[in-house]
Design a protein around this ligand. Structure first.
Ligand SMILES: [Zn+2]
Length: 169
């Protein structure tokens, strides 16, 4: 056979040179790897490797994308919302501590008028004020709300329990 590298008529062997199969003479075969050794259990030839890698990378990306989407769904499942009857909660907690609006306002450095409006549900307190009220009164003004269905002020719109199910039967 003719050596595909130097063109010499000689006994050639099938060799791999930079991923290409070539019939090479004895002299030129030192430039390549023996074809047989690559076929037998060795990693795939250079030609096939990038394709395999790409699909692996693609699979990983898809998996990661799916994971991120899942996380987004969970993040949106519940939101923290101010309790609908926040004013009543604040007033009752304040009264339980035996403070009038003036005393309470002084204790948390807020204006009496602002607190009166909050207690009347006329003013939605900002996050800072909510945190202050919760801390000062030992109450929770925020509640976890399912994004897909609004839970009423009673908070009893949760999924039916097994007991409810049995009772209905
Ligand atoms: Zn040659």
């Amino acid at each position: 056979m003719i050596c595909e590298m130097c063109g010499k008529e000689a006994v050639t062997r099938l060799m791999i040179v930079e991923g290409t199969k070539l019939n090479l003479c004895q002299d030129c075969s030192k430039f390549g790897d023996e074809y047989k050794s690559l076929v037998g259990g060795q990693p795939a030839s250079k030609g096939g490797a990038p394709v395999a890698n790409r699909s692996v990378i693609e699979a990983r990306l898809q998996k990661r994308e799916r994971r991120m989407q899942t996380r987004d769904v969970y993040a949106g499942a519940t939101t923290t919302e101010l309790a609908e009857d926040y004013g009543r909660i604040v007033r009752e907690a304040r009264e339980a501590k035996g403070m009038d609006l003036e005393e309470f306002g002084k204790s948390i450095l807020e204006k009496k008028g602002v607190l009166a409006k909050v207690e009347a549900n006329d003013l939605v307190p900002d996050d800072k004020l909510i945190a202050k009220l919760e801390k000062a009164l030992g109450i929770k003004l925020r509640e976890q709300v399912q994004a897909c269905g609004h839970i009423g002020s009673g908070g009893k719109a949760a999924a039916p329990t097994l007991a409810d199910f049995i009772k209905k039967k």
